[in-house]
Design a protein around this ligand. Sequence first.
Ligand code: NAD
Length: 459
Amino acid sequence: MSAEYALEVLNPATEEVVATVPGATAADVDAAVVRATRAQAVWAALAPGDRARLLRRFATAVDEHLEELARLEVREAGHTLGNARWEAGNVRDLFDYAAGGVERLTGRQIPVPGGLDLTILEPLGVVAVIAPWNFPMPIAAWGTAPALAAGNAVLLKPAETTPLTALRLAELALDAGLPEGLFQVLPGHGPVAGTALVDHPGIAKIVFTGSTAVGKQVLARGSALLKRVTLELGGKSPNIVFADADLEAAAAAAPMAFLDNSGQDCCARTRILVQRTAYDRFLDLLAPAIESVLVGDPADENTQMGPLISRSQLERVRSYVDADAPGIRGKAPEGPGFWFPPTVLTEVDPRARVAVEEVFGPVAVVLPFEDEAEAVALANATDYGLAGSIWTRDVGRALRVSQAVRAGNLSVNSHSSVRYWTPFGGFKQSGIGRELGPDALTAFTETKNVFISTEGPAQ
Ligand code: NAD
């Protein structure tokens, strides 16, 4: 690890330095791959039940340190305490769930003439997980838990701004008895440690979560060695409100559907599409809901929204919002910290930057539509396809629109997107592949087909 590539971790709510962490170099990646390759051979040779037990022990260790991990996440990422507790609990649940898959990772027996045909699901070897800063713990675990459960070793590179919870998780994994070298955390810069992982011939798969621009680079570089790549990228998700919906419920749910995690959520419902006949009523209901969101100290139990992650993210968000643009504004603290108020823009051109690009901050636009066809066209008028919500009391419409919207994760009369036991991933430029859900382990295996002849030796 090199001081030259050191990472300074700031508390986004106060701008105080929380820690300085040495960053990994390409040589560190090389050494980590050697250790991981050795550990993977040991790990894959363990009895499935033993691997499952060790993963469950790790899940228990995470549970026992849930409050510590959550408080660390509050300090390094500015997440509200409630969210951070959920995130640490999500890591625990992911490892518990993945542990349940170890003994169930079965191949098939396929009927063939003259013999027996078997498929065997073999681990890939060493997998790299490159994580973003917006959900440092859960997203690290989305890749790591199923990869380990399927018999692989994992090298995790957290984002530059949020390495601390990842480092603590690696310590807990060792304490829980996972073999040395099996799960290593390599904090570092994307262009240094990240590219070294992507280019390394000893790494079989890259699980990348981050921006679409970097995801495309990872795919292009990884293709030189035909690496397996999973990409979870950006989003610009619609929240479609039909006039026949429960408007009170839709308006009450709309704020946190894009303000949760200060809008730094790939599934944030930042395009609120409202049927014209309900438009004025919906805005009347939405305004007080936005204005009453509690923005402030993320360590306070009552806070609903904290700061943005960094100054550069704050500048980026500001660049999308003119001070005099019409809309609804909430409140945010002043002084140190990277604060931006909840913002809903009205009277926006549907082709404007703020209406089509991922802002990754607490900013949404409201756009009116006339009928179902226009709602679907507007929902699909983006390069992204990650998530979306449909609010209606008409079951037929809910199903029609769910089928017509090109996105990986839709919810009806709700904004939920992520459960560790259901599949998650994007259409179009929101990604490639799926994570979570019942097939998560299979994504970390190669299928081998073996034919065994039952013909006797020629007489
Ligand atoms: P980012 O692309 O800048 O960075 C993500 C990770 O990639 C970081 O660890 C970074 O160090 C690393 N990286 C940067 N350059 C690299 C390179 N050239 N090679 C290899 N690795 C490199 O993204 P970010 O700003 O940290 O995260 C925000 C983005 O993540 C948003 O666009 C958001 O929508 C997306 N995201 C997507 C999902 C999803 O599941 N679809 C979930 C969370 C976040």
